[in-house]
Design a protein around this ligand. Structure first.
Ligand SMILES: Nc1nc2c(ncn2[C@@H]2O[C@H](COP(=O)(O)OP(=O)(O)OP(=O)(O)O)[C@@H](O)[C@H]2O)c(=O)[nH]1
Ligand SMILES: [Mg+2]
Length: 424
């Protein structure tokens, strides 16, 4: 088994979309609302975007309010049977459920609807598999897919679900299950080894960056908030920006000069999403190492999204889980050009708040000024003469602080600068 492969919808970034195209797979989206109905509906709208990103099309949404999801069929049994009629009416190819399903739920729903049953986790894993381009990213996704499969290999006489067609089909029996488990364990061990090697390479690159003293600013936020658009705007780059979820998976770092001639590095990172499959947390952890070792976080929020407050909570919760919150945060309310009504935008957890439009460039100077001020915060003014033998220090000051003046004297170089305490 060389790759965990595809599990759900045929994912293709270059998929030319024509909504009447008979080759586009059509899906009915299904959610159980255990809390308020509106949140479940909003979550289904996001699921529709995920289906769209994966190259499919959502044709109908079904929400059922229940105290908890049905153990056997996710929605109630009656509702599951109603899905059959809807499938016919909309000529749907399958259903997509808004939570991770158990093997039993998948098997029962598959039997009732006699069609493809996909859950939120498989969908996200598939999108990750298609959008990941670096060696490390690909390995991380394969690992997550294998872990998902391992957790869906059922024991004790239960048939293996139709999931993971590459491994086995229905009713393979315990012997087959055991060999599948062994194969997965073996592959996971190989992947872990390869990932450890790649991690070392990345650490070396990061240490080099840290030694240079140039501040690193991580651009984080909910998926589709406009992180890549902001990176492109700040650094005149051309990272892919798209109205898709998880367009960016692999971190990209670019440099930029702040007012006052200070160089900084911006890193674009993977976006967050609510109900993030827990198998993907490790993959996120490695991608977000860049954020963990950064000097500041830009938290980009799509202020035009009615769900922006929930998105902010998801971002903060995930950052906390990944131990990334021990540094200054600037919350950047983006897409202000698309905010029609007056909304009271605030974030008390942030060190500063700026409202911008990465698309039109509105308020970029204000953002850069805030970044500079926070970086300057806690820096110390120095005015001293450095020996010519230590001339390399000038470069370090230039990178880590702000060099105000340098004067070449017979006894050395007189420098006036703001520098971090440790350098002073
Ligand atoms: N109206 C408006 N649209 C914007 C703005 N910034 C970004 N967008 C659009 O929002 C969509 C998502 O932008 P991206 O920059 O790809 O978002 P991202 O946060 O990098 O998304 P992922 O990488 O998928 O997590 C694109 O269609 C952008 O053109 C903005 O300021 N205003
Ligand atoms: Mg992006």
């Amino acid at each position: 088994m060389s790759s965990a492969g595809r599990m759900g919808i045929t994912v293709g970034r270059k998929c030319q979309k024509n909504m009447n195209d008979p080759f586009i797979e059509k899906y009915i989206l299904v959610a159980v609302a255990t809390g308020d109905y509106e949140s479940a509906e909003a979550s289904l709208s996001e699921l529709a975007m995920l289906v769209d990103t994966a190259g499919g099309k959502a044709v109908c949404k079904v929400v059922q309010s229940l105290d908890s999801a049905n153990n056997a069929t996710y929605v109630g049994k009656g509702k599951a049977e109603e899905l059959v009629g809807l499938m016919e009416e909309f000529e749907a190819d399958g259903i997509v459920c808004d939570d991770e399903l158990t093997p039993v739920q998948i098997r029962n729903l598959t039997e009732i609807t006699d069609s493809k049953v996909i859950d939120r986790t498989i969908l996200i894993l598939d999108i990750f598999a298609a959008h990941s381009h670096t060696a490390e990213g690909k390995l991380q996704v394969e690992m997550a897919q294998l872990k998902y499969r391992a957790s869906h290999l059922t024991g004790a006489g239960l048939a293996l679900s139709r999931l993971g067609g590459g491994i086995g089909t229905r009713g393979p029996g315990e012997k087959k299950l055991e060999s599948d488990r062994r194969a997965i364990r073996k592959r996971i061990a190989v992947l872990s080894g390869e990932l450890t090697k790649l991690k070392k390479n990345r650490e070396t690159a990061r240490k080099q960056r840290m030694r240079s003293g140039i501040p690193v600013i991580a651009i984080t936020g909910y998926t589709n908030a406009g992180k890549s658009t902001l990176l492109n705007r700040l650094t005149a780059s051309d990272v892919l920006e798209e109205d898709k979820l998880f367009a960016t998976l692999d971190p990209t770092t670019r440099s930029c000069i702040l007012p006052g001639n200070r160089k900084v590095l911006f890193t674009d990172t993977v976006g967050f999403i609510h109900k993030l499959p827990h198998h993907l947390i490790d993959a996120f952890r490695s991608t977000l190492e860049e954020a963990r070792f950064s000097d500041m976080i830009l938290h980009v929020v799509d202020a035009s999204d009615p769900e922006y407050e929930l998105h902010m909570k998801v971002v903060y919760d995930t950052l906390k889980e990944l131990d990334v919150l021990d540094k200054p945060v600037i919350t950047v309310f983006n897409k202000m050009d698309a905010v029609c009504e007056e909304v009271f935008l605030r974030d008390q957890a942030a060190d500063a708040v700026v409202k911008i439009s990465a698309k039109t460039g509105e308020n970029m100077e204000e953002l850069l000024k805030n970044i500079r001020d926070i970086l300057m915060d806690g820096q110390i003014y120095i005015n001293r003469v450095i020996n010519y033998s230590e001339a390399g220090m000038i470069e370090r000051i230039r990178n880590a602080g702000q060099l105000l003046k340098e004067e070449y004297l017979p006894e050395g170089i007189r420098v006036e600068a703001y520098v971090p305490a440790e350098l002073a």
